[in-house]
Ligand binder design. Structure first.
Ligand code: DAH
Length: 340
């Protein structure tokens, strides 16, 4: 009996697996659930009493030897594998080129706009891209039969007349006014969607920045000054023009043009020979909108504005096709790598 254990210990010590598979064999044989050492413990009942202790110790030794040997072999094999892969590595090979990412031109334009308004104390808020009818239209003074709904062709969610992809960032106005009390001074940048034919000049998805300022005694003059400052910072000129216009959610409403001049062909073309570039829609928040959102129009007034980003980015970077923004062609995007 003793000899058998001694023999097993000898075999363990002599074992010399060379591959992970052989090592696994070793593990199964000596440490697995049906290993060769286990039954040896049972045999203690056949050992005379005075030698039981000695026998126990010996079997234990077999077990510990197997455990130690396994750890040692495992380490040895792993080190060998590491060495082999290090040798397979050719350090003289040229490295993988590390491609640097850069900001998307829409993002840089958006950031510029956001920064200008943040400096004037506007807080940035966001709203959901899947909107409900109330926030996108009704709260914004555009009830169901209102002809202005035709101005914006809407994507509705399947089987729903209630949920839609927001057609503008204006619903963020209603969401903010429903939950915050004046003074409110926010801008809301984000993506908007319209069911339009995609061409070089229009796309079914684009970006807008919405602005809203509500407090006691806010006037049209405050709006004009704010937008003039924006034009100065964004386009380097305070020369703006406010043309009367119509939006359901503002009264009076205006469209703002920035003077870009006609002193070169590009500006001539962009402004269609007028020198003026249309940038945004704006106006005094319609009292109905304030009431819809739980703000007393007798006490408070405000102005709002909304502008498209793509058009401005196209002007800033001389891009002639809006589709380029959404194709994610790195040859296009790489050209803006140095723009921050
Ligand atoms: N939501 C309008 C659009 O998408 C733009 C706009 C016009 C927003 C006037 C406003 C505003 O906040 O006052 O065409």
């Amino acid at each position: 009996m003793f000899a058998k254990v001694e023999q097993i210990i000898g075999a363990i010590e002599a074992a010399n697996p060379q591959t992970p598979e052989e090592l696994e064999q070793f593990r199964i044989q000596y440490l697995g659930s049906k290993n060769t050492i286990k039954p040896l413990f049972g045999e203690i009942r056949n050992v005379p009493n005075e030698r039981k202790k000695e026998y126990g110790k010996l079997v234990n030794k077999a077990k510990v030897t197997a455990e130690n040997k396994f750890a040692e072999l495992k380490e040895k094999l792993e080190a060998a594998a590491d060495e082999a892969s290090a040798q397979a590595l050719d350090l003289t090979m040229p490295g993988e080129p590390l491609e640097l990412g850069s900001r998307h031109p829409i993002a840089t334009t958006l950031n510029r706009i956001v920064t200008i308004f943040q400096r004037m104390g506007f807080a940035v808020v966001e709203g959901p891209e899947i909107e409900d009818d109330w926030h996108n239209f009704t709260a914004m003074n555009t009830p169901e039969d209102h002809p202005a709904r035709d101005m914006q062709d809407t994507f509705y969610l399947k089987n729903s007349t209630e949920l839609l992809l927001r057609t503008h960032t204006s619903p963020v106005q209603s969401r903010v006014m429903e939950t915050q009390k004046p003074p409110i001074r926010i801008i809301a940048p984000g993506r908007v969607y319209r069911n339009e034919t995609i061409s070089a000049r229009s796309h079914a998805q684009f970006h807008q920045v919405e602005g809203l300022y509500v407090d006691e005694g806010v006037s049209f003059a405050d709006m004009k000054q704010t937008l003039m400052y924006f034009a100065q910072e964004m386009f380097g000129t305070p020369k703006i023009r406010l043309r009367p216009s119509y939006f359901p959610f503002t009264e009076p409403s205006a469209e703002m043009d920035v003077w870009i001049g006609m002193d070169n062909e590009k500006n001539y073309r962009l402004s269609k020979g007028t020198g003026w570039l249309e940038i945004l829609g704006c106006g005094m928040v319609d009292p109905n909108v304030l009431t819809n959102c739980g703000i007393d129009p007798e006490k408070y007034s405000g102005f709002a504005f909304g502008m498209g980003i793509e058009r401005q980015a196209m002007r800033l970077y001389d891009i002639h096709d809006i589709r380029l923004f959404f194709e994610n062609d790195v040859r296009f995007l790489k050209q803006f790598a140095s723009v921050v």
